[in-house]
Design a protein around this ligand. Structure first.
Ligand code: NG6
Ligand code: CA
Length: 500
């Protein structure tokens, strides 16, 4: 009899610990779009462009209306998200070339290493753009340091962007499908003798550059940078979405029994916008809309997969984007011509590269059925907070220097997020906001990007202050008349910059 009771108690403890573990160690997936704007999804008010799966995700979770990336471009935003450190603290955290050395050095605590240290299996699948190697990469050998050296157990990535060479997939530090008899060479300064380029051989192109992007030609599209060789390993842009999705789902399948962290970094709608044939013409807005429809489909596939495998309730899913929207980012792909009534930035001012709000103010959805109550949140949060917030979830303390623990806001238990938040335009220039105000210090121009990109950068030699609580579109600079508010925000910014 005594043994029977003992057994019952042990079973009880076992069951209790199982449920406790389930709550304590949810799987975490971050789906990170590339250049998707605040107004680019149905969930955030788009009526022209339809995104049924992102909308379904939003309905199952909490939709944030005041959430930010750290920066208005890709590399710094990813740096901020993964390290919990504002990217403007690191001079190298700027848009990187395809052969730039690893920006996050091995040994630096990251979101991925935090999860791994807590017993999670971790992966990144998709766009990387955080540098690889030590400055002289042997593309034909083992490429390191890279994601696997800063906390990711598994990586399947493109090195930089889809408009930069090398145009190949790299799995755990090795180029996928590379024939050793046809090695790859990469050079960002000069072309390899006899190789065609977009500049000299426009007749070979099916997508023409509007500005830049006129170097090596791959798959009928000229890119940034020069490369040669590796014919079997070159990607076909049309297949990229399916390939990344398949790798992401395979990782989930293999790890469904133990906690996992997946950073699923979509390449859409960054240029060049080349949807799979199944999605060509699907949006009515040209390739930019079509690749967003394609990305939305990928997200739907992922949700279905999680549901079918009984993982939805034990998976915390976060959806966001790395920076704001842009139409012409270097190719003649009809993005401007076919935009019609669609507003990629919604009501916000500016866009990608901009220190105005649209550069960094982005969609942000948290879904964790059964734990996070569906709804909307006005909490002010930044992607830099994911480090401290998600580490709180695993009950460790692992904060990056600028990361605030806003887990209660992320889980919808409070609408109180940060008090101050810093956003970066291009080239390390920063602005600061609170719930009510945004202050942009004086900067020497330019006020606009080049004529093709055609976005207001927001730099002005005058200080700018906007009252976001009643002027979310930043139409009226109210610095004069509210100088003391601006002074207080400037002081905060100075103290923060001088902190580290
Ligand atoms: C710019 C590119 C742009 C895009 C951007 C990085 C030119 C003229 N423009 O330099 O096309 O690649 O870098 O975008 O080359 S990001 O989303 O990865 O930050
Ligand atoms: Ca981007």
């Amino acid at each position: 009899m005594r043994h029977f009771y003992l057994a019952l108690i042990l079973i009880g403890i076992f069951l209790a610990s199982c449920t406790a573990d389930n709550k304590k160690d949810p799987n975490v997936i971050i789906i990170y779009a590339d250049d998707l704007g605040f107004g680019d999804t149905g969930a955030y008010g788009s009526t022209v462009l339809k995104t049924p799966n992102i909308d379904r995700l939003a309905e199952s979770g909490l939709l944030f209306s005041q959430a930010y990336a750290t920066s208005a471009t890709c590399t710094p935003s990813r740096f901020g998200l993964l390290t919990g450190k504002y990217p403007w603290r690191n001079e190298r955290a700027r848009v990187l070339s395809g052969e730039a050395p690893a920006l996050i050095r091995p040994g630096t605590p990251t979101l991925a290493s935090m999860f791994r240290d807590n017993g999670y299996t971790t992966a990144v699948v998709g766009k990387w753009h955080l540098g690889l190697g030590d400055g002289n990469i042997d593309w034909n050998g083992h490429i390191s340091p890279g994601p696997n050296d800063i906390g990711f157990d598994y990586s399947y990535i493109m090195a930089a962007t889809n408009d930069r060479v090398p145009t190949v997939y790299v799995e755990n530090g090795k180029i996928v499908g590379l024939d050793p008899d046809d090695p790859i060479e990469v050079n960002y300064r000069e072309n390899f003798a006899g190789e065609p380029t977009g500049k000299d051989n426009p007749e070979l192109l099916r997508l023409h550059p509007s500005h830049g992007h006129n170097s090596s030609i791959v798959n009928g599209i000229s890119r940034i940078g020069f490369m040669r060789g590796g014919k079997n390993a070159l990607w076909r842009d049309e297949d990229m979405a399916d390939i990344f999705l398949a790798r992401a789902l395979e990782f989930i399948k293999q790890n469904r029994e133990n906690p996992f962290f997946l950073f699923y970094t979509l390449h859409q709608p960054h240029v060049p916008r080349v949807p799979n044939e199944r999605f060509a013409g699907s949006s009515g807005l040209g390739p930019r809309g079509d690749v967003i429809v394609e990305a939305d489909w990928c997200i739907g596939e992922m949700l279905d997969f999680l549901e079918k495998n009984g993982l939805r309730e034990n998976t915390l899913l976060i959806f966001s984007s790395d920076n704001g929207p842009v139409l012409d980012d270097g190719y003649h792909d009809d993005a401007v011509k076919l935009i019609g009534d669609h507003t990629p930035a919604g009501i916000l001012r500016g866009g990608k590269y901009s220190i105005f709000d649209a550069g960094t103010h982005l969609p942000f959805i948290v879904s964790w059925p059964g734990t996070v109550k569906p709804g909307k949140s006005e909490a002010l949060v930044s992607q830099v907070d994911l480090m401290a917030s998600l580490s709180a979830l695993t009950e460790t303390v692992n904060q990056g220097p600028d990361s605030e623990n806003v887990i209660e806001a992320l889980l919808g238990r409070t609408e109180k997020g940060r008090e101050y938040l810093v956003m970066e335009g291009s080239n390390g220039r920063v602005a600061v906001r609170t719930m009510d105000w945004a202050y942009i210090p004086p900067y020497e121009g330019p006020a606009m990007t080049n004529k093709w990109v055609n976005i207001e950068l927001g730099y002005s030699s005058d200080p700018q202050l906007y009252r976001l609580s009643n002027d979310p579109s930043q139409e009226e600079n109210v610095y004069t008349g509210n100088k003391e508010v601006a002074d207080e925000l400037a002081k905060y910014l100075d103290s923060l910059i001088n902190k580290n």
